[in-house]
Ligand binder design. Structure first.
Ligand code: GDD
Ligand code: MG
Length: 365
């Protein structure tokens, strides 16, 4: 069985990180997200993937070039074709059998093989998996009857349309006949156009999963996914899981506190008296200055936190620098190469674009 992985979106809600890193490659515990996705597909018995690409395709292809024992094809869009158009664009790589489609930004431990089996046993043209969330308004809300036939599919429902907590988990099993419903070369949405049509024909079924599930597409959910992977909550590699994943060539000064769970990649330098608090992940060649504190945060490759600075629950982009004594907290996100001058305070989900330089003491919350 093959899978189409939709990874062509721009990842706008995860900007500024996605200006230079496609959402499919943002690291979790210092491993690009796509690695977890392909593990998930392989674990479900899928033997080949077609990557449906559009935005920043090259780094994704470079990352996957090294994968062995799993066929990977690429269908690249010249202009965005939407979630159904992206599947249609991958048609030439499919073999005429039912196939899996996944949104390339969901991290899940669900049982894919079971979803495939349930689909094959039914007369549905598509089977979608559902997960329960607190606020369905950011997702596709799905109403089902007692036989799990879909009665209604509302993409991004308004608050007063919320009738259930079950939403589309972005993992589908689809019959090849559905490809005939998607016009080629046009922007088509699977959620807004194809699923409602299949529902109207009574041929859209659902299957509820209670396993771990998260869409990593916002700073809040990306950070939460990172915390979950660091804590081993996602359900992969349980037996061999290391709570302290520190590269051998990372260098630590005197009286450094390293609190698990954390991941520190190669080439990092952590100076005397610094604290790297639990649920943090430091990419390659990061630097943390004397007495600085980094907690519950993600530092991407080459990021620096200078002496006495504090970073909590935030994301520091590639080669960005947090100056001496600055405080970056509350889900702040710094783009690649930006500089937060000395003694600034950043908070409340502020996002700083790549390359921006904040002069010393210019921001306070
Ligand atoms: N190839 C291609 N072309 N891929 C695309 C395009 C496109 O034009 N647009 C989006 N994608 C990819 C994105 O890269 C992402 O991996 C996936 O399709 C879903 O797009 P998102 O933009 O992340 O959608 P969403 O999170 O708002 O909503 C979707 O996912 C939810 C679950 O996470 C919907 O499917 C919802 O119904 C669902 O609940
Ligand atoms: Mg998404």
């Amino acid at each position: 069985m093959k899978a189409v992985v939709l990874v062509g979106g721009q990842g706008t809600r995860l900007r500024p990180i996605t200006y230079d890193i496609p959402k499919a490659l943002v690291p979790l515990r210092n491993r690009p997200f796509m690695g977890y996705m392909l593990d998930f597909l392989r674990g479900g018995g899928v033997d080949g993937a077609v990557l449906s690409l559009g935005y920043l395709p090259d780094p994704i292809q470079e990352y996957l070039a090294g994968w062995r024992g799993f066929s990977v094809d690429y269908a690249v869009e010249e202009h965005a074709l939407g979630t159904a158009g992206g599947v249609k664009n991958a048609e030439e790589y499919l073999d005429g059998d039912p196939f899996v489609v996944v949104n390339g930004d969901v991290l899940t431990g669900m049982d894919l093989a079971e979803a495939i089996r349930i689909h094959k046993e039914s007369d549905a043209l598509a089977t979608i998996t559902l997960t329960s969330v607190e606020d369905p308004t950011a997702y596709g809300l799905v109403e089902v009857d007692h036989e799990m036939v879909v009665r209604r599919f509302i993409e991004k429902p308004a608050a007063d349309e919320v009738t259930t907590n079950l939403v589309n988990a972005g993992v589908y099993v689809i019959d090849p006949e559905v490809l005939g419903m998607i016009p080629a070369g046009q922007e088509v949405s699977i959620e807004r156009e194809i699923f409602p049509e299949l529902q109207a024909r009574g041929r859209l079924r659902a299957h509820v999963s209670s396993s771990y599930w998260r869409d990593i597409g916002t700073p809040r959910s990306y950070l939460a996914a990172s915390h979950d992977v660091l804590s081993g909550a996602v359900g992969t590699n349980r037996g061999t899981f290391e709570y302290m994943d520190v590269a051998e060539n990372a260098r630590c000064g005197k009286n450094v506190k390293l609190l698990p769970p954390l991941s520190v990649a190669g080439g990092c330098e952590i100076s005397d008296l610094a604290t790297i608090g639990g649920r943090s992940s430091l990419g390659r060649n990061c630097r943390v200055g004397r007495g600085a504190v980094v907690e519950g945060s993600i530092m991407l490759d080459g990021a620096q936190v200078e002496a006495g600075a504090v970073v909590r629950g935030s994301i520091i982009g590639r080669n960005a620098r947090v100056g001496r004594g600055a405080i970056v907290r509350g889900l702040s996100v710094l783009g690649a190469g930006c500089v937060v001058g000395e003694s600034n305070v950043l908070d409340q989900g502020i996002r700083v674009n790549p390359g921006v330089v904040l002069p010393p003491r210019s921001l306070r919350f």
